[in-house]
Design a protein around this ligand. Structure first.
Ligand code: NVA
Length: 260
């Protein structure tokens, strides 16, 4: 919805192809689809499972490809998250963000953004659901360049200690539906509650990309005045508009860049 309404607001004509309309790589090869769609549209925003499918699309299409979510990354979400934090705190440098949850696409993209904006990271994932090693290797490099900290644990309370922001997401991402029972067991103790926010900075904030299930975060935190979930959701629209516009126009900065 954020992409469709955002693209329409920019004067574009969005065409949303659901899984019932297009079976990427099923009726024809992904490469053939990329070439055909390139003749029809100016830009493709693709939500896939396999990140490799996005790579194939970028190699075979002649129009820009935007990652609308893959199993490894969800960059549009982290753009919305960073904008939300920038609006709330005024500047990002020196903040500490705690992650309590799965080592998934959402935290992976936060890891690509946070060090470059001066944000320290404290990441708690259950045993067996850790950050992908290649994502961790890149993050360590970025953190070193930016002189920010990165701390990894299996203890949510330890991650939250003195953090400014706590972020979580679903425990069962798209495509993992069959692992539900096993995951619910493994994530026991990972629900974000007041016990966790009590050990954070007193001006703590909470982010969640939605949709939310109560086992991930209780109502007290989710609906608290410190929760930034509604502006975060709205910012998905403004930030995807910025991405689409940037890719479809010359890269000329008309406004001054914000100070992070
Ligand atoms: N980790 C979730 C994000 C949903 C916006 C998923 O991949 O399903």
């Amino acid at each position: 919805m954020s992409s469709e309404t955002g693209f329409a607001a920019l004067g574009g004509h969005p065409a949303f192809l659901t899984q019932n309309d297009i079976h990427l790589g099923v009726n024809e090869s992904l490469s053939d689809t990329a070439k055909v769609l390139s003749g029809f549209v100016d830009i493709i925003l693709a939500r896939v499972y396999r990140h490799d499918d996005l790579i194939t699309l970028t190699q075979q299409a002649s129009v820009p490809i935007v990652n609308g979510l893959s199993e490894i990354y969800h960059p549009l979400q982290s753009l919305a998250d960073m904008l939300t934090l920038q609006e709330h705190y005024g500047s990002l440098s020196g903040l500490t963000l705690a992650w309590v949850g799965d080592g998934n696409n959402i935290i992976h993209s936060i890891m690509m953004a946070a060090p470059r904006l001066g944000i320290n990271l404290k990441i708690a994932t259950p045993k067996g659901y850790e950050i992908f090693p290649e994502v961790m290797a890149d993050t360590v490099k970025f953190a070193k360049e930016a002189n920010t900290d990165i701390f990894v644990t299996n203890d949510p309370l330890e991650a939250c200690q003195n953090a400014n922001i706590v972020v979580t997401d679903t425990w069962i991402s798209m495509g993992q539906e069959e692992e539900k029972a096993e995951r619910l067991k493994a994530f026991k103790g990972y629900q974000v509650t007041k016990k966790m926010t009590d050990v954070m900075d007193k001006d703590w904030t909470f982010l969640h990309c939605l949709p939310r299930k109560p086992e991930e975060v209780d109502d007290e935190v989710f609906y608290s005045k410190n929760s930034l979930i509604w502006p975060e959701a709205e910012n998905r629209k403004w930030t995807v508009m910025a991405v689409l516009l940037s890719l479809l126009t010359d890269h000329v900065h008309k406004t001054s860049k914000p100070i992070f």
